[in-house]
Design a protein around this ligand. Structure first.
Ligand code: BES
Ligand code: MN
Ligand code: ZN
Length: 499
């Protein structure tokens, strides 16, 4: 699919993609072609027919004068301003365009034309293959007429003067990241009737078999025996059985320094008796976005096999209403032994995550990351581009934030104060309450989960705003984004034991 090359004669040479910086002289491939074409590219640039403005593309036919039949120029703007994120923008733009060009099923990218002082060959190669998968993603829909492109891009030849083995390796890794993120998107896009907790468990088992992970899927009876009262309470109103899904990846000799990844796996959230309004309920199939991120990350981890230990924990059920459903005022006992007074059945995520966090610790997790579409409050606070984060360990947070920046998945920290802790503990009936009120409720949710992480270093990621997007972009259609699959995997790859 991706081939690093540096010879001139090869398949896919008829379509060539070149990045153009705003500078006075053409360089590399563009310069070579300009010479073959008697300076015509320089002329077209001068007249403004081709532009190097960031975000612009121009298509040029060479009318039999060169082996290359068509050239796509991608404007990259000023080289000094150009960053890794801009390579992602440039590649996504061009792959979306080429996906529609039926004569470009094989094509060549002039990699070196996309490099600058800020972006190395390996980084650009990673961005190229990762972005290819992300930008050409199509939703698996159920229309009778297929939405798959008729002539999808099949082979991408990556032309470079750099070390071919290194570039090839980066292309492979980028490809793994792109596919993992897309798997998470596909899970998020699946409707609740087609992705139940049992289906999610089957998906995880397939992943485990493919990558030789140890796994465990607890059914309702086992949850009862272990006392997972949080997950059971949320499941109480459902006719679909709950599942606690655990995958274990051991990349080190001994099972220590274990990273726990805990993902909210609510396959549909009606709100329960604290029912959502009719507009708020649409889209709640995506309430397993955290689980999807974790499973996407586990796919990447399974492919790349880093020297780390990871336990992925996914508490899964839907949140439904029936005569047996949990009610406001109910008091439940979580796996940790802590009791919770239910004030709002729509604050269900924190209940299942409480058991997930405790169970990850029981499986030896020494650091914890939870990922969840947890609150509408985080969307109000930070919008749809930034994931909300909370932590009890600035050192762990530092590692996550730097990886997430590199992945282009920004996060922003919200505080936890002693007063917040008092608010989640404010109950006459139980140790905690699950909904202290609407003031700062994203913070209340995170603070609640922190009570179960206790002393274990922990970061909470609230992806309610970022797990889905209403608008399509050059990175693909509206719907699931697969957010945090790449950040989690990259975090695992780069994780350094906390001192
Ligand atoms: N799954 C929702 C949060 C959500 C909202 C995700 C919008 C994606 C988009 C969560 O379970 C929920 O209902 N949260 C409540 C909490 C409240 C009852 C304290 C919320 O945010 O309103
Ligand atoms: Mn809810
Ligand atoms: Zn929810």
């Amino acid at each position: 699919m991706f081939y690093a090359i540096n010879d001139t004669q090869h398949e896919g040479q008829e379509t060539l993609v070149i990045g153009l910086f705003q500078k006075s002289q053409l360089a590399g491939k563009a310069k070579q072609l300009d010479e073959l074409l008697d300076g015509q590219i320089t002329g077209l640039l001068k007249d403004g027919d081709i532009t190097s403005k960031r975000g612009s593309t121009s298509k040029l036919f060479t009318l039999g004068l060169t082996e290359t039949k068509r050239i796509y120029f991608v404007g990259l703007g000023r080289e000094a301003d150009y960053s890794y994120q801009d390579t992602i923008d440039a590649f996504s733009l061009v792959f979306r365009l080429l996906q529609k060009d039926k004569n470009s099923q094989s094509l060549t990218m002039a990699l070196d034309s996309f490099l600058s002082g800020n972006v190395s060959g390996e980084e650009a190669a990673h961005a190229l293959s990762e972005t290819f998968h992300r930008s050409t993603y199509t939703i698996q829909n159920y229309k009778q007429k297929s939405n798959e492109p008729e002539k999808p891009i099949e082979n991408v030849f990556v032309h470079t003067d750099l070390d071919l083995n290194e570039i090839q390796a980066s292309l492979e890794v980028g490809s793994v990241y792109g596919k993992g993120a897309n798997s998470a998107r596909t899970l998020v896009n699946l409707p609740g009737n087609l992705l139940t907790a049992a289906d999610l468990a089957d998906y995880a088992i397939n992943l485990a078999n493919k990558y030789h992970f140890d796994y465990e899927v607890l059914d309702k009876k086992e949850l009862e025996e272990l006392g997972m009262g949080g997950l059971l309470a949320v499941n109480q109103g459902s006719s679909e059985p709950p599942k606690m899904i655990v995958l274990k990846y051991q990349g080190k000799e001994t099972w220590d320094d274990v990273i726990g990844l805990v993902g909210k796996g609510i396959t549909f959230d009606t709100g329960g008796y604290s029912i959502k309004p009719r507009d708020g309920i649409v889209g709640m199939k995506s309430d397993m976005g955290g689980a999807a991120s974790v499973l996407g990350a586990m796919e990447i981890i399974g492919e790349l096999k880093p020297e780390q230990n990871v336990v992925a924990v996914i508490p899964s059920t839907d949140n439904m209403i029936s005569s047996s459903a949990m009610k406001p005022d109910d008091v439940i006992v979580t796996l940790s032994g802590k009791t919770v007074e239910i004030l709002n059945t729509d604050a269900e995520g924190r209940l299942v995550l409480a058991d997930g966090i405790t169970y990850a610790k029981q499986h030896g997790a020494s650091v914890l990351i939870d990922v969840a579409t947890l609150t509408g409050g985080v969307v109000v606070a930070l919008g749809t581009e930034i994931t909300g984060a909370m932590t009890n360990s600035q050192k762990l947070f530092q590692q996550i934030v730097s990886v997430s920046e590199d992945c282009g998945e920004p996060i922003w920290q919200l505080p936890i104060t002693e007063k917040d802790k008092k608010r989640v503990k404010n109950s006459l009936m139980a140790d905690l309450n699950n909904s202290p009120g609407r003031e700062g409720h994203a913070i209340m949710a995170g603070t609640f989960i922190g009570e179960f992480a206790e002393k274990t270093p922990w970061v909470h990621l609230d992806i309610a705003g970022t797990a889905t997007t209403k608008n399509g972009s050059s990175l693909g259609p509206a719907g699931g984004t697969g957010v945090m699959a790449r950040t989690l995997a990259s975090f695992v790859e780069r994780f350094e034991k906390l001192q």
